[in-house]
Design a protein around this ligand. Structure first.
Ligand code: FAD
Length: 457
């Protein structure tokens, strides 16, 4: 018999929930993790990982198609969608298996059942009532299906999960929504030869990205037709009717339509409201320690609606655990710092950023200096891409103090580089601090160094 008393109960086995369970397991706590569908959650099973696996295959295909420019001649370059799919499944299986094994090693009890919150410290799992000192909620999010006429029960419309496993590459794909999920799929299928149209209501794609870089990113995707400032009004079969601002209604037809207008936190169906959890338009309301309004009930990840990113979910899980284990942890910095969560888009071209955009800095009334440098200043970027591919770094710093407020990158390796930029913002480095950092050469990250010497604060 396990000598440890049940102290922790986690609802949801995605990045937020499993990292919390892992950290608690490491601390020697007895943990029970309820997961109704799949360990690894959205991210490992139908989100981050399968999309990156498919995108990697598409990037390899595109590289091979254009390899002659770099002196490498490939024969008949083709792709085999069935093999691309089975590689994706193998990757997912390997990673889900790894997380499951790790949790088992830490003696986390995984219960493959639906859980309902009854009251603080009381959860029903698969109909069995369990008690715990603390409950961590990590129920995640689900795709939004807007009430557009013709959208409901339309077999031509898929969400991201449906599109991940289509049996063949659609010849024509219409993507509704130019956010990160829409753009990654648009990029993937355009690279594989689909005729892709993105219909987006906003004036620019990727609305969280600095507007200048988002525009450059869009212009660097010539294989995709973008219809901006366009409101979708109806869908009939696979024909989407939309009206561009100030224009007349138009139609575009695909073999498939991807609905990618966003995701919403999963706060219904598991007792949240009945138990008295405070919920706002984003999701479960939490403070910067991930506490909810109920005692010893914590919420992390997409369920809070504060940041719909896996690494944000990880950090929220860690913050909750740190504050459960040590009520004074918040005094030692264990709080969420929402402004320094980086984001990344793995489209072609890739991009990433952290901190304020120029528009957000202006909205907050900050007096900032900005500079944008092209990545052709990076030797490695030119060696690997030539001069025709888009790439840039935009730096935003406060005038006077010189404190770096935002770093945004467009170009290869941006998602790999951006954690360093996040460290810069976390540490409140100034431009002159950053000038003292030695960057390896030749790297694409040297674009940041170029920007830091070009800015005038
Ligand atoms: P989830 O991963 O959604 O996990 C929640 C889990 O809770 C699920 O497994 C669910 O079955 C379970 N659950 C829910 N209710 C109950 C209940 N009542 N009882 C028991 N179990 C329950 N993020 C990135 O950072 N990088 C990316 O590249 C990226 N790509 C993405 C691509 C796509 C197509 C999608 C859809 C998402 C992507 N995301 C990406 C977002 C990322 O997947 C989420 O931010 C992340 O999964 C959130 O983790 P979570 O633990 O909060 O929730």
């Amino acid at each position: 018999m396990d000598a440890r008393s049940t102290t922790l109960l986690v609802i949801g086995g995605g990045p937020g929930g499993y990292i919390a369970a892992e950290r608690l397991g490491h601390a020697g706590k007895k943990v029970l993790l309820a997961e109704k569908e799949f360990v690894g959650g959205t991210c490992l099973n139908v989100g981050c990982i399968p999309t990156k696996s498919l995108l990697n295959s598409a990037k390899l295909y595109e590289h091979a198609l254009h390899s002659a420019q770099y002196g490498v001649t490939a024969g008949d370059v083709t792709y085999d969608w069935a093999k691309v799919q089975s590689w994706k499944s193998e990757v997912v299986k390997t990673l889900v298996g790894g997380v499951t094994q790790m949790l088992k090693r830490l003696k986390v009890e995984i219960v493959p059942e639906f859980a309902t919150l009854v009251a603080p410290g009381v959860v029903e799992i698969g109909g069995v009532r369990k008690t715990a000192d603390h409950v961590i909620i990590a129920t995640g999010s689900v795709p939004v299906m807007p009430p557009i006429p013709g959208a409901k029960d339309n077999p031509s419309i898929v969400d991201s999960t449906g599109l991940l496993s289509v049996p063949e590459v659609p010849k024509r794909l219409v993507v509704i929504g130019g956010g990160v999920i829409g753009i990654e799929f648009a990029s993937l299928f355009a690279a594989l030869g689909s005729e892709v149209t993105v219909v987006e209501m906003m004036p620019e794609i990727l609305p969280f990205m600095d507007a200048d870089l988002a525009k450059t990113a869009r212009q660097s995707m010539p294989g995709i037709t973008f219809r901006l400032k366009s409101r979708v009004e109806a869908i009939e079969g696979s024909t989407v009717s939309f009206t561009p601002e100030g224009g007349a209604q138009e139609r575009v037809t695909g073999d498939l339509v991807l609905m990618a207008v966003g995701r919403r936190s999963l706060v219904d169906g598991w007792g949240a409201r009945e138990a008295g959890l405070e919920i706002d338009r984003r999701g479960i309301v939490v403070d910067d320690r991930m506490r909810t309004n109920l005692p010893n009930v914590w919420a992390v990840g997409d369920a809070t609606g504060r940041s719909l990113l896996a690494h944000a979910a990880y950090r929220m899980g860690e913050i909750a655990v740190a504050n459960i284990l040590d009520p004074e942890a918040h005094l030692h910095g264990e709080v969420m710092r929402w402004d320094t969560i980086p984001w990344a888009v793995y489209a072609m071209p890739e991009s990433a950023g952290v901190g304020l955009t120029e528009a957000e800095a202006n909205r907050r009334g900050l007096d900032v200096a900005t500079v944008t440098v092209p990545l052709v200043l990076s030797g490695r970027f030119v060696a690997e891409n030539g001069l025709s591919k888009a790439g840039a770094v935009k730096l935003i710093a406060e005038k006077g103090t010189g404190i770096v407020k935002g770093i945004h990158m467009l170009g290869t390796y941006a998602p790999e580089t951006i954690w360093g930029a996040a460290a810069v913002l976390e540490s409140e480095f100034t431009v002159s601090d950053l000038r003292q950092i030695v960057f390896p050469h030749p790297t694409v990250s040297e674009g940041i160094r170029e920007a830091v010497w070009a800015i005038r604060v």
